[in-house]
Design a protein around this ligand. Structure first.
Ligand code: AMP
Length: 428
């Protein structure tokens, strides 16, 4: 199928052409036609599937075919859980609308609100936002959502994980009842279904999984190692292998900072990315990582989710996650787009039960290796680390490793009706 046959306007086709896309991805093929027909759509799709264009292209077409009011109130609202995702979606909206008379803006917390407020005042057709800052601006009467025609809820599962359910409910109350709704989620738990029921009207359900990202195609390896020797081992692996682009996961912000410092003092360019980093620092780290000036990005789960980092050859779990599903998302960052990738986990004795949980979840045993000089400590306890952090979540991912989802703290808003989940904001 070609983009031409999807019913998109010449202006959009020109922008797609400029992006260099040959053909629509499966989610685009499935989602664009019903959205163009004005239907509500519930889509199961993760980052990496091309879902952003899947909702942005038809949304832009609908808006450009409608009438624009003189004061240009917000007509399409795209709600997303993290600043990084919001920024990425906004970039996409800008690119796809290059040949249309459409104005767009992005708002998120952690930065001065004044420029965002000024932009809204000048008039914005498409607004990409994270919940906290959106509500702040609405509460200050800087922003009105009374003219929203299309509402997009992106990464709905991550929204719930991050405790945004109340914020979403508040936002829904601020937008007109008569509107088109598009909801995207990587997983469909009971909570998500409940949320969808409250938002969508007779939705068309579409589904797509990222290509070639099943756990089976990723070369996974576990190194059993003494906890105290992990830093030495990771530096050895990266140096000996001369790996140039490595995403490393740690369980805590503190751990990410520590490891980054040690990498740098060993001559490996590295940067940490986590919830305590300023927006500027995160953007800079991500840019450096993408352009190759930073070899290693050390991230916490929440900070890394949803980041569009194509083709990662190496992902290392410095600590394996205590939430098994996070393992699947972490390793889904390698082997993307048909490239082979390697996912390595450094596992100390106290992580044994987490490893068992992960193997159960993915339905396979991960090959184990020990490197001379970095052997596990035979006397170490196998008691799990920080037991209060709980165990695997109950929701079960599909068999694919699914690229990634988003998630990052972008608002101080807490509290959730989503009782089955733990908030990980504070840790990440
Ligand atoms: P997303 O899932 O929206 O985050 O998109 C993942 C990546 O796929 C982004 O880098 C997009 O620019 C890219 N992409 C989106 N649609 C297509 C397409 N039809 N062909 C090739 N790449 C695409």
């Amino acid at each position: 199928m070609s983009f031409n046959s999807l019913g998109l306007s010449d202006a959009l086709l020109k922008a797609i052409n400029k992006k260099g896309y040959d053909k629509p991805s499966p989610i685009q093929e499935k989602a664009i036609p019903p959205i163009l027909e004005g239907k509500d759509v519930l889509a199961s799709a993760q980052t990496g599937t091309g879902k952003t264009a899947g909702f942005t292209l038809p949304l832009l077409q609908i808006l450009s075919e409608g009438t624009t009011k003189r004061n240009r109130p917000v007509r399409a609202l795209i709600l997303t859980p993290t600043r990084e995702l919001a920024a990425q979606i906004f970039e996409n909206v800008k690119e796809y609308s290059e040949f249309l008379d459409i104005r767009s803006a992005v708002i998120f917390g952690g930065v001065n609100q004044r420029p965002q407020a000024a932009q809204i005042k000048r008039g914005v057709d498409v607004l990409v936002a994270t919940p906290g800052r959106l509500l702040d601006l609405c509460n200050q009467n800087i922003l009105s959502l009374a003219s929203v025609e299309i509402f997009v809820l992106d990464e709905a599962d991550r929204m719930l994980d991050m405790g945004f359910v109340r914020d979403i409910e508040r936002i829904i109350k601020l937008i007109p009842k008569k509107r088109q709704n598009l909801m995207f989620s990587a997983t469909f738990s009971k909570d998500i279904k409940k949320l969808a029921t409250g938002i969508l009207t007779h939705p068309v359900y579409v589904e797509a999984t990222p290509e070639n990202t099943t756990v089976e195609v990723i070369h996974q390896k576990v190194f059993r190692v003494a906890k105290a020797k992990k830093t030495g081992l990771i530096i050895k692996l990266i140096s000996d292998g001369n790996w140039q682009q490595v995403l490393v996961f740690t369980r805590t912000k503190h751990g990410a900072n520590n490891l980054t410092k040690k990498m740098i003092s060993s001559g490996i360019t590295a940067a940490a990315i986590h919830g305590n980093k300023s927006q500027g620092a995160r953007t800079k780290a991500l840019e450096g990582f993408k352009n190759g000036s930073i070899r290693v990005m050390v991230a916490t789960d929440i900070a890394a989710r949803g980041l569009d980092i194509p083709l990662l050859p190496h992902v290392i779990n410095f600590e394996i996650p205590n939430i098994s599903e996070d393992y699947v998302h972490r390793i889904g960052r390698t082997g993307r787009a048909g490239a082979s990738g390697e996912a390595i986990s450094l596992v100390s004795a106290d992580e044994t039960s987490f490893l068992n949980d992960i193997q159960k979840l993915i339905g396979m045993k991960i090959p184990i290796e020990v490197i001379e000089g970095f052997e596990p400590d035979p006397n170490a306890s196998t008691e799990p680390v920080k037991q209060n952090q709980g165990r695997s979540r109950s929701r079960s991912p599909k068999a694919n490793a699914g690229g990634n989802k988003s998630g990052n703290k972008n608002s101080s808003k807490g509290g959730t009706a989503n009782s089955g989940r733990r908030s990980r904001d504070r840790r990440n």
